[in-house]
Design a protein around this ligand. Structure first.
Ligand SMILES: Cc1cc2nc3c(=O)[nH]c(=O)nc-3n(C[C@H](O)[C@H](O)[C@H](O)COP(=O)(O)OP(=O)(O)OC[C@H]3O[C@@H](n4cnc5c(N)ncnc54)[C@H](O)[C@@H]3O)c2cc1C
Length: 489
């Protein structure tokens, strides 16, 4: 039986990101992926939000994605456009980039980090005991690991085998989604009830087209066909535009569910395996990638033995509320897009509200993931929030905060006088950086905040402590997040 520290079921966006995070931390990880190649049978998710691009920037790979996509100033809340160009981030835009391209670029990075991917193979079950997990594969092999992470999508085998409830709401609507050629030029644009027709090649325009159309029925006994699409087009537009040559046809619904627990012993869930919701606001892929970045360094520390297993409980504690909020806001967006006059009145009211600065900032910061605030207790406003990417002056010259996070290791950033704290008990784990920053500190929604003299930045870019180096809570914070002080010191 082959042994690894971590087995990841599923090499979609979440599994790939998690694998990269673990590999950066030196963990022996393998991905088991059902698909024979990284190719997707459709373009799926359409873009990256600001916090996801920041997270990629923290690893030094954002430019690979940014250069392959198109920047847009607005994000859409139930198709109500919200400008985010005034947000205090280097990535104050939505990046239009199809999931198929996103996965290809991310998989290249994971390949550079040397992560093996067992392709064309499924996880079909597992058994966990006190010391590890036996992971059963569809080809009859099994793998032994310290931990198994289910990144295997909404129908997650891992979640089901772990007996974790998937709590939430049944679908109320079903949508056809397809990429097709059309003999006639279709009416391009969004429809009032959502969906519509648009070019797959967004820059060039023209065919092939991506079509998203609401269906009359919610439940369907079989997979969708070209005939189903013809009929739906005719209902919506009075013509099927001579639709032909589909590269793929699929369905999605507004089913909204979340795993009751993101962890069952040595087994964890991330991404769509942990939460599914309608695509309004384009948050699914983004939330999964950010789950992975929250989990990766914690799992690495537990595997390495520097932190107790209880650190993994903070993964559920921090990410479950984030997922619940995404479910909540997508349900609101679905309600706002119901095409009747009363919902239109509600939508008009929301549109008016969202034209005001404060509501726009709040909702846009939520959708973009920039307002995520893990509850780490009372304290400085930065505590639990993302560290802004400040321009620093260091002994090595000018540097951005995110550059300090490229190797996914924690940083104690001292902006006061050098000296004053002995980092040696954590020297092999936490990097102490003395730096200066001249400008103001500004957070999304909160605005300007008082600059702290020092901050502890976790590998995921969230602030674990902020204060003065003489603060007696600093050693405790370092021990809580990065393991006990080394007794040799
Ligand atoms: C129409 C549509 C539009 C969307 N638009 C957006 C958007 O604009 N923005 C956004 O953020 N999100 C969007 N999403 C959601 C997004 O596609 C998903 O949230 C995202 O793909 C989740 O990534 P994941 O890696 O968690 O799961 P998945 O992408 O589902 O990946 C799971 C992987 O696991 C593999 N797998 C499954 N079972 C097994 C098994 N037993 N063993 C091994 N491998 C297995 C699968 O082959 C797959 O590669 C959209 C979704 C749809 C359908």
């Amino acid at each position: 039986m082959t042994e690894h520290a971590v087995v990841i079921a599923g090499g979609g966006p979440t599994g790939l990101m998690l694998a990269g995070e673990l590999a950066l931390a030196g963990v022996d990880v393998v991905i088991v992926e059902r698909r024979a190649s990284q190719d997707l049978d459709g373009s799926r998710a359409g873009g990256l939000h600001a916090r996801t691009i920041e997270v990629l920037d923290q690893r030094g790979i954002a430019e690979r994605f940014v250069s392959a996509g198109q920047e847009h100033p607005n994000l859409g809340y139930s198709l109500i456009l919200l400008d985010i160009t005034d947000f205090p981030t280097r990535h104050n835009y939505v990046l239009a980039l199809w999931q198929s391209h996103f996965e290809r670029i991310l998989a290249d990075w994971v390949g550079e980090l040397g992560v093996p991917i067992l392709r064309g193979c499924e996880v079909v079950g597992f058994a966990q005991d006190d010391t590890g997990v036996d992971v059963e594969l569809s080809d009859g092999r099994s793998l032994r690991a310290l931990h198994l992470v289910g990144c295997d999508g909404g129908r997650s085998v891992v979640r089901k085998a772990a007996g974790i409830d998937f709590v939430g709401w049944d679908p109320t609507t079903s949508w056809l989604i397809a990429e097709v050629e059309m003999d006639e030029e279709p009416e391009v644009g969004m429809r009032r009830e959502g969906g519509g027709i648009g070019p797959v090649n967004r820059e060039e325009g023209g065919g092939p087209y991506r079509v998203v159309l609401k269906e009359r029925l919610v439940d369907h006994p079989s997979e969708p066909t070209l005939q189903d699409l013809r009929e739906a087009l005719t209902v919506a537009y009075g013509t099927d535009y001579g639709v032909h040559s589909p590269t793929w046809i699929s369905r999605f619904t507004d089913m909204t569910r979340q795993a009751a627990s993101y962890r069952e012993g040595r087994v964890l869930l991330a991404g769509d395996a942990a939460h599914v919701h309608p695509p309004q606001g384009g948050q699914g892929l983004n939330t999964g990638v950010q789950d992975a970045v929250n989990l990766g360094w914690k799992l690495a520390q537990v595997v390495e033995g520097t932190s107790p297993e209880s650190l993994l409980d903070t993964y559920h504690a921090e990410r479950h509320p984030v997922g619940a909020r995404v479910l909540h806001n997508t349900m609101a967006q679905v309600a706002l897009s119901i095409p009747d006059d009363r919902h239109q009145a509600l939508r008009d009211t929301m549109t008016e509200l969202l034209s005001m600065d404060e509501p726009r900032r709040r909702i846009a910061a939520m959708l973009s993931g920039l307002d995520i605030h893990y509850d780490l207790g009372e304290g400085h406003p930065l505590l639990g929030r993302r560290m802004p990417d400040l321009d620093l002056h260091t002994a090595d010259g000018p540097m951005r905060v995110f550059t300090l996070l490229h190797d996914a290791r924690p940083v104690l950033l001292n902006l006061g006088e050098p000296g004053g704290f002995d980092i040696s008990p954590w020297a092999n784990r936490v990097r102490l950086v003395d730096a200066k920053h001249d400008g103001v500190w500004e957070l999304p929604v909160l605005g300007e905040i008082a600059a702290p003299p020092a901050v502890v930045i976790r590998p995921d870019g969230h602030v674990a402590w902020a204060g003065d180096l003489t603060d007696t809570e600093l050693p405790q914070a370092l021990a809580t997040w990065f393991g006990a002080a080394n007794p040799a010191h």
